[in-house]
Design a protein around this ligand. Sequence first.
Ligand SMILES: C/C(=C\C[C@@]12O[C@]1(C)C(=O)c1ccccc1C2=O)CCC[C@H](C)CCC[C@H](C)CCCC(C)C
Length: 167
Amino acid sequence: MAAAQGLPRWEPTARIVLGLLGLVLSVYALHVELSRERDPDYRAMCDLGESVSCSKVFTSRWGRGFGLVQVFVAKDSVLNQPNSVLGILFYTLQMGLGLSLSKKAALALVVCSWVSVAGSLYLASILAFVLGDFCMVCVSTYVINFALLYTNLKRRKAIEGMKKKTG
Ligand SMILES: C/C(=C\C[C@@]12O[C@]1(C)C(=O)c1ccccc1C2=O)CCC[C@H](C)CCC[C@H](C)CCCC(C)C
């Protein structure tokens, strides 16, 4: 298997493509959220209907700090950042740590990725059962997060294999 000798050949490309897509979606989500907060009449490209509205989702209480941070701190605290800011950090980290071939970096990527998949499942259930909204930007980021987890698991396996061989 190629994975035993080194990284799968598709791995660096997949990581950059997924990371950039996630980054673009997160920046867009942040832009929509801030525009909507400034102007309640703002309509975003991803607002297609009453229940297919991304800006409604982004500006809901679940759109900041996963709706959980404000249980502990004030709503307008600096700790209560939009989810998309976490997304920007997360995708930047995924591309940045991808440059390192160390085992620790590979493990960190897998752990962060699992956290993001858990976050995705949580946000998806809020979307479906609480808000009853279809947010295309959100669903796209969940798909990206699953794909990144797969990529990171493959990568970690390959890096473990490499280190065993060369000592
Ligand atoms: C645009 C984006 C997610 C979309 C969205 O979050 C948005 C914007 C939102 O307002 C919302 C409201 C209500 C229901 C669902 C939603 C969402 O769907 C990006 C996050 C992706 C991902 C879920 C980030 C997870 C990061 C981890 C917590 C790991 C952090 C690791 C750190 C070391 C950086």
